[in-house]
Design a binder for this molecule. Structure first.
Ligand SMILES: Nc1nc2c(c(=O)[nH]1)N[C@H]1C(S)=C(S)[C@@H](COP(=O)(O)OP(=O)(O)OC[C@H]3O[C@@H](n4cnc5c(=O)[nH]c(N)nc54)[C@H](O)[C@@H]3O)O[C@H]1N2
Ligand SMILES: Nc1nc2c(c(=O)[nH]1)N[C@H]1C(S)=C(S)[C@@H](COP(=O)(O)OP(=O)(O)OC[C@H]3O[C@@H](n4cnc5c(=O)[nH]c(N)nc54)[C@H](O)[C@@H]3O)O[C@H]1N2
Ligand SMILES: [Mo]
Length: 769
């Protein structure tokens, strides 16, 4: 079997088309047709990321005050079509399939069945989900949760995938704390938690400092491990505008990602009709995965030594000496370490030539204002926190934080993942406003640290966790070490999933298990006081209103907020201070509660939430006020490079295709990487294939390399030669997740190190021609 389909006999030729362009329009049209409901989708798309419309359910990129004619991208349109599909998975479907049978479906097939319509209870005797009434479900879940709490309030976790609104998330964290714990892991634990740990130490805020207008003023953009054309395509507008002003874009990525190479704007007729697409990256550095600290060390070393030379020659300085003196601490030790760093080590660990790094450093040195943009390529590493801090170091050298056109820009994932943290979804008690909550709701909130994602998995494995409530997401598939986790998951006493679509996590039930279907954000949410508005926070820290525009997929669906409130009412003893029913009746009253909890951040929230461009969250670092221990921005010394594995060990990075949103797989094609009809591939350097005797299409067995005593094997992948650094291999997330050891995570943030998993690869069988 060849991994390519007969229609695409040359699987790994570079995709000739730029990101965006006609290919993107065709992809959108295809997914709209596939999902049915083209009219509803077309109507909704006109209101996507627009005033009075809804905030896209795909990525978290900023929503401009003056939206483009169509302020959505290919992937946002797919996400909309996916939510507004005509297909339904109702009680009939579940009556016809045991969970054992459903576990044989692919991830794609499960979700492709359509929207869930009825609350369902797992029936162990028939191994099926059976339809139940909402009241019956809430009463039974409440009884289970109360029983677990009577035993141990720490035994239940409340997971959140980063999509639910600020209003729902606020109620969700309150539910957990009234229940008695801080067990609030969220998808951010697998994502930008490295950012949230790194940046408070260096610049005193847990988020980026860049606003949309900085893209219009920047003089250079440095990109690390973020795949803009797939993961946040609307940002291509800002990049294209910057490129039209001649702004250089320097990219560090092991793969040559199409969206970082060139872009054609589907909204510009001129670019669509002529081949004059924009070159995005002016310099492309194919860094080894895990080699960013070394690469950044090279850049910083060049800058510091060039500055030393400038001083010696009484020439203009290279570094921003005034900024460093007034605003920072730790520079001298950092500079000493850089002077001592050896170029041969930098080249070996980064996989990049000194000359290429010097060229990038020179670009950086002459730009008056620089943006540092990054994604999972920095955060999902054992040194994920240090990676982010090293980028922060680079920016501080020339005062590139807190001035127009400059700043650090972590590109968040889920459309409200940053906002969930802002309203208290965190396992860290010190980050939650526990004193305020105690005052407002008159209870004693739990003060002990809760479980993050890794600790939740550990608790499931060792039996300490007995109940799991999931507000969206696909925890069992997204988490590391999925096979080990799946084997233990059935021992849970209780699993409850609030979801729009069926996924694998729903198919491994606890002893008592429920599936609660909810409205999506694009749908009109009618409550007692009328249609409701919700709010989300984007990657640049702006809050936006979002109004549903489409009729609900089923009249029986409930909103996420209503479900969370009903679960709370069924579980907790009633208290006058906690008005779940009033909150459900009118979400504006939840926003009042949010404002009462954080009066500065959410000042006049209800009055302001429709401001064009969103309500910016206060960001002291943007004003050069450093909320660090020392009151200064801090240079942090990079750690020694991670120790090297044996020569036959390869570094696996797990990637997203352009046709998926996390574990939601829209199709099996990855047209930007020219992989068609399958995701079970392992992209390899030709030399790494040759030493293993591998030809294109050969089946391989991938072994995880870890010394924790657990064997990890993934059969079924086919080797494909690809343009990436020798020693690096790439496969898809979530298919490769059984290979990620639970203990293999970032120091400091515990983000699973999904971009550098040590593996061995052996040939299983020869491809048949
Ligand atoms: N269409 C679509 N959009 C999405 C998502 C999706 O699945 N599909 N997911 C959303 C979510 S939750 C998130 S968090 C974001 C994720 O979006 P991104 O941050 O873009 O994450 P990935 O696509 O996982 O990987 C990013 C890039 O890192 C590179 N990389 C891998 N290892 C390294 C390394 O060691 N160094 C460097 N410099 N680069 C490396 C990879 O080649 C890849 O191009 O996107 C969000 N938006
Ligand atoms: N190996 C590896 N593992 C990774 C990553 C990686 O790059 N490599 N990336 C990590 C990252 S960055 C993230 S964010 C996590 C993602 O982890 P999760 O957030 O847990 O997973 P998703 O795939 O986004 O969740 C998809 C499910 O959400 C439900 N859903 C969709 N819309 C809604 C809604 O509006 N409401 C509700 N209640 N449910 C909804 C649907 O049922 C759908 O099946 O995975 C992480 N895991
Ligand atoms: Mo994410």
């Amino acid at each position: 079997m060849q991994p390519a389909t007969p229609d695409h006999p040359e699987p790994l030729q570079a995709y000739g088309q730029p990101a965006g362009g006609w290919g993107s329009i065709k992809a959108v049209a295809l997914s709209v047709v596939r999902e049915g409901a083209p009219l509803a989708t077309a109507k909704a798309l006109r209101q996507q990321n627009k005033p009075g419309g809804f905030a896209c359910v795909s990525c978290a990129w900023a929503k401009p005050a003056q939206p483009h004619l169509a302020e959505f991208c290919e992937n946002g349109a797919k996400a909309t079509a996916w939510e507004l599909t005509d297909k339904r998975l109702g009680p009939d479907f579940f009556a016809g399939h045991t969970l054992a049978a459903l576990r044989g479906f692919s991830d794609h097939a499960l979700e492709a069945g359509g929207r869930l319509t009825h609350p369902m209870r797992y029936d162990a005797a028939s191994d099926r989900y059976l339809a139940v009434g909402w009241d019956e479900a809430f009463a039974a879940i409440g009884a289970e949760l109360r029983a677990l709490r009577a035993d141990d309030p720490q035994s239940v976790v409340f997971y959140a995938s980063g999509r639910a609104s600020l209003e729902t998330s606020y109620l969700y964290q309150l539910l957990a704390r009234l229940y008695g714990n801080n067990n609030l892991p969220d998808s951010s634990n697998m994502c930008h938690e490295s950012t949230s740990v790194a940046l408070p130490q260096t610049i005193g805020v847990p988020v980026g400092t860049v606003a949309l207008e900085d893209f219009a003023q920047t003089e250079a953009i440095f990109f690390f491990g973020q795949n803009v054309g797939v993961s946040s395509p609307r940002m291509l507008h800002q990049l294209q505008e910057a490129r039209s002003r001649g702004v250089p874009i320097v990219t560090f990525n092991p793969l040559k990602e199409v969206g970082l190479l060139h872009f054609a704007n589907p909204q510009s007729p001129r670019e669509m009709l002529t081949p004059a697409e924009t070159i995005i990256s002016t310099q492309y550095l194919q860094v080894r995965n895990g080699g960013d600290i070394a690469a950044l060390t090279g850049l910083c070393k060049w800058l510091v030594e060039a500055d030393d030379a400038a001083q010696a020659a009484a020439a203009p300085r290279i570094l921003d000496a005034a900024f460093i003196a007034e605003h920072t601490q730790g520079f001298d030790a950092f500079a000493e370490q850089l002077r001592a760093a050896r170029w041969e080590d930098i080249e070996a660990h980064s996989g990049l030539a000194r000359a290429a790094l010097e060229q990038a450093a020179a670009t950086y040195a002459v730009a008056g204002a620089v943006l540092g943009v990054y994604g999972m390529g920095l955060t999902q590493h054992r040194q994920g926190v240090a990676n982010v801090q090293m980028l922060s170091n680079l920016l501080l050298l020339r005062g590139n934080i807190g001035k127009p056109g400059a700043g650090i820009c972590p590109v968040r994932g889920h459309s409200n993942v940053q906002g969930q943290r802002t309203v208290g979804i965190t396992e860290k008690p010190e980050l939650a406003p526990l004193d305020r909550l105690a005052q407002i709701y008159r209870f004693e909130p739990p003060r002990t640290p809760g479980r993050n994602t890794v600790a939740t998995c550990e608790g499931v494995l060792d039996g300490a966790v007995r109940g799991f409530v999931g507000l969206g997401g696909n925890f069992l598939r997204a988490a590391p070490d999925t096979e080990r986790l799946e084997a233990a998951w059935g021992r849970l006493q209780l699993t409850v999933h609030v979801a729009t679509r069926l996924n694998r996590s729903h198919l491994v039930p606890g002893r008592a298990a429920w599936l609660l279907p909810c409205l999506g954000r694009i749908e009109i949410d009618r409550q007692g006081s009328g249609p409701q508005t919700v709010t989300v926070e984007d990657s640049t820290g702006c809050f936006h209103a979002s109004d549903g525009v489409a009729e609900p997929a089923d009249p029986g669906l409930r909103s996420e907020l209503a479900i969370v409130a009903a679960l709370a009412q069924a579980t907790l003893e009633p208290r006058a201070e906690v008005p779940w029913a009033r909150w459900t009746h009118d979400y504006a009253s939840v926003r009042d509660a949010i404002e009462a909890t954080w009066p500065d951040v959410f000042k006049d929230f209800n009055a302001r939430l429709r401001e064009p461009g969103g309500v910016p969250k206060p960001n002291p670092a943007r004003e050069r006020i450093w909320k660090t221990e020392s009151g200064k921005a801090c240079f942090v010394l990079p750690p020694a490079p991670a120790s090297e594995h044996a020569p036959d060990v390869l570094r696996l990075m797990t990637l997203r295709s352009d046709d998926q949103f996390n574990t939601t797989i829209y199709s099996l094609d990855d047209r930007f990487r020219n992989v068609w009809g399958t995701r079970m591939v392992l992209l390899m350097h030709p030399d790494d294939m040759a030493v293993r005797g591998l030809a294109e299409g050969d089946a391989v067995l991938v072994h995880g390399v870890a010394d924790d005593g657990h064997p990890r094997r993934l059969p079924g992948l086919r080797a494909l030669p690809y343009d990436l650094p020798a020693g690096s291999v790439a496969g898809y997330f979530p298919e490769c997740n059984p290979l990620v050891p639970l203990g293999h995570h970032a120091e400091g943030s515990q983000v699973p190190a999904a971009k550098c998993i040590p593996v061995r690869v052996e040939r299983l069988e020869r491809a048949t021609p």
